[in-house]
Unconditional design. Structure first.
Length: 345
């Protein structure tokens, strides 16, 4: 398949290109588009065969359901059964990086939801995503636009690495603002379960809902016999070829450990900007200042892709704190590291 690449700098100016992309979606084809979180691999969410094509393009198991993207929060009513809690969340956080699991309606094929009777609904804030959904006139089912098992793409270059020749069109909207996938919550009456942390933090959710529980799989490895609340949590994710080891401990001690390690073996190091002058490994990947968790979130996936492209035999990174967006970073990093945390004392 020949993939068309189009750069979109302003959706209002490039309306014609977006209209063609919308036409492809309506016709059952696949278009990769930017969102504020990561790039999405989009197809018509009401079309069973488009869903099949998405799973095939990603190499994704078809029991791992897709998120449907809508133009306005109230459009959820056409495809799902929202309640009061949904509308409170929508008022607070939509459009934006929040996905809500709701009971599904008949018009969403079961292939989209991996056979579940619930559907994940998200209203993205990125202007290109927003306009594309509007023009398509159908909800767009879109997982992250990476090959299954690779880090989610946060730039069109990442998308091209994974999806060139597998999709009809790639819309290049530059770098994604947040860099980690959306927060996913499941609603039970007035309570929420946080299934995947993201740009909408635990604390922000608590301002809107009294009862918010964090699913075990967010911070812990599930035992072999445990079933995660979100099917995606059971798959190995974001895993570079070389093992990733997360370092936990006093920052000076961790730096001394890294200085010693870089002399002993070929390492790639996801380091803080402040550490750059003190390390000399060939594969230093700065992820932002120590206290700038937003920058670290934005750069994590790109740094993991770069680390994977080196000849490093081991990849080191700092274990982030679990506060704010740090919980989302922590969740993605323990999965990239297959839960390998090394305590440095
Ligand atoms: O930021 C995002 O959410 C990006 C952009 C493109 O919107 N999308 C994304 O999709 O991250 P994906 O497919 O890579 O991750 C969706 C996750 C999966 O872990 C899946 O298991 C879970 O959402 N999920 C989808 N439908 C679900 C449902 N009905 N119940 C529980 N989990 C669900
Ligand atoms: Mg994904």
């Amino acid at each position: 398949m020949q993939t068309e690449h189009i750069k979109i700098t302003d959706p209002a100016v490039q309306e014609n290109a977006l209209a063609r992309a919308a036409e492809i979606i309506r016709g059952g084809g696949l278009v990769v588009f930017p969102t504020e979180t990561v790039y999405g691999l989009g197809g018509n969410a009401t079309d069973d065969s488009a869903a099949q094509k998405i799973y095939a393009a990603k190499g994704r198991p078809s029991d791992n359901p897709l998120i449907i993207h809508i133009a306005k929060p109230e459009d959820a009513e056409s495809y799902a059964v929202p309640n009061d809690t949904y509308f409170r969340l929508a008022k607070a956080f939509m459009p934006g990086p929040l996905t809500v699991i709701l009971p599904k309606r008949e018009n969403i094929p079961s292939s989209v939801t991996g056979g579940l009777d619930t559907v994940a609904v998200r209203c993205p804030s990125h202007p290109v995503a927003h306009r594309l959904i509007e023009l398509a006139g159908v909800p767009i089912a879109a997982p992250s636009a990476n090959l299954s098992g690779k880090p989610s793409p946060t730039s069109a270059a990442h998308v091209a690495q994974d999806m060139d020749g597998r999709v009809d069109m790639i819309l290049d909207g530059g770098e994604c603002e947040i860099g980690l996938e959306s927060t996913i919550v499941k609603i039970d009456g007035n309570s929420l379960t946080l299934l995947r942390p993201g740009g909408i933090t635990y604390d922000a959710l608590c301002m809107v809902c009294e009862h918010v529980t964090v699913a075990d799989a967010v911070t812990h490895q599930l035992a072999a016999n445990e079933r995660p609340l979100s099917p995606g949590m059971k798959y190995r994710h974001y895993a570079p070829t070389a093992p990733v080891v997360l370092l936990d401990g006093d920052t000076d001690k961790v730096l001394r450990f890294l200085q010693a390690e870089q002399d002993l073996r070929r390492c790639a190091i996801l380091c803080y900007d402040e550490e750059l002058p003190h390390l000399k490994s060939e594969n230093l990947l700065p992820v932002g200042a120590r206290n700038d968790l937003d920058a670290q979130a934005k750069r994590l996936f790109s740094a993991l892709r770069k680390a994977d492209g080196t000849d490093a035999e081991i990849i080191y990174a700092h274990l982030p704190p679990m506060e704010g967006i740090g919980l989302a970073l922590y969740n993605r990093m323990i999965r990239a590291a297959a839960h390998t945390i090394k305590r440095i004392d």
